[in-house]
Design a protein around this ligand. Sequence first.
Ligand SMILES: Cc1cc2nc3c(=O)[nH]c(=O)nc-3n(C[C@H](O)[C@H](O)[C@H](O)COP(=O)(O)OP(=O)(O)OC[C@H]3O[C@@H](n4cnc5c(N)ncnc54)[C@H](O)[C@@H]3O)c2cc1C
Length: 420
Amino acid sequence: MKHFQVMIIGGGTGGIMVASQLKRRNKGLSIGLIEPSEFHYYQPAWTLVGAGTYDFKDTRRKQADYIPQGVEWIQDKAGAIDPENNTVSTASSGAFTYEYLVVAPGLTIDLSLLPGLEEAMQTSSVGSVYTDPDKVWRMLRGFKEGNAIFTQANTPIKCGGAPQKVMYLAEDYFRKQGVRDQINVVFATPGSVIFGVKEIAKTLSKIVIDRDIALKTFYAPIKVDAPKREITFRFMNSHLQNCAMVIDKGLGEEMVGETDIKIKYDMLHLAPPQRAPDFIRDSSLSIQEGANQGWMEVDIHSLQHKQYPNVFGLGDVAALPTAKTGAAIRKQAPVVVDNILEMIQSKSIGTKKYEGYSSCPLVTRYGRMVLAEFKYNNVRDSDPLLSKLMDTTKEQYSMWLLKKYGLPFLYWNMMLRGRM
Ligand SMILES: Cc1cc2nc3c(=O)[nH]c(=O)nc-3n(C[C@H](O)[C@H](O)[C@H](O)COP(=O)(O)OP(=O)(O)OC[C@H]3O[C@@H](n4cnc5c(N)ncnc54)[C@H](O)[C@@H]3O)c2cc1C
């Protein structure tokens, strides 16, 4: 069985950042990276693709160009992980042993978790920037009147802000096309507020009111009926309980029993249900029960597995109480790298800690963006330099330029190269 000092599962944002940083700091390390895909995607730009302001093909590059020199790419799928014996198997390349394991296979989109969604996604009026951003752009261009409903599944999702980013851009697009008066723009979220960080929520709430967006909180989608073009939500507010109190007949909302609400859609955008990949759920690395069941169990500051000290997890797969984003991984990767190098050298873990930093570049219209930066417990955590230059909680043109041009450049040329 071939052996590596460090084995990395997944060559997405987390896997490549860790591989590059490890190699930069210790050229001599033997590193294997298991990744099946020929391409690497810059997913944060998919929201812009959905609004017709970014080309999908520019979000995709050859994986081979980003595997750091000296890292052995095993182009295959990881399968069973046996952390007792430091072994990971693959679909067709056999098994490997390791001294340290880094787990970063992202998450799985699972349409089957929302009844009716698989069928609905086949129709021309239901789509998602998470699965096919070009289709979303076709949907927006063809839309002239009726209910445009934007919502998100009641599971953890990557980039929690994406469902509303695409909604703001769509609303702006309808305005520019002169069809806004014929369209009800609805944003329905299972959450209790528009955004968890109060400074950002204040700005977004004003946008929602000024632009006549129907905000529906505590709305968890439970069923989509494609032939009838209806979506049913469960009203999640246990204090109000009876959804009669929030029904909006102007939008055509109807009560179904005491807790469910049905709305007709003419266009429906969803962040689909998401969960940890099967091979993680089936392994002893995952949380076995409770709210985070199936996600990978790590210490929230060291990112070290709680039971297996030579195993680390980062990115979307990790059960961390913060938003699942690439921005979060930028702060997680150095902690994983530091801890592994320290353990190789001194057998004890390093001192760097991840404090839950994540950020969400909320595009609020074409040419405007608010930058939400926060850490554990939704505490605002703004970059000191950036916050000296501007108030990132307000809509800014410069922030839009950062989103559209700056961040993709930094991603491909700096972050994936282990330079930041
Ligand atoms: C629409 C959208 C908008 C977003 N917007 C933003 C944003 O504005 N800002 C931001 O910071 N983040 C944003 N994100 C989130 C960001 O893209 C993810 O959080 C980030 O890419 C997660 O990195 P990861 O390494 O955990 O997973 P990924 O980057 O998804 O990579 C996982 C890799 O693991 C591989 N893999 C899967 N299974 C296996 C297996 N069995 N064996 C080996 N390899 C496997 C996959 O092929 C993939 O290459 C957005 C995401 C989406 C979808």
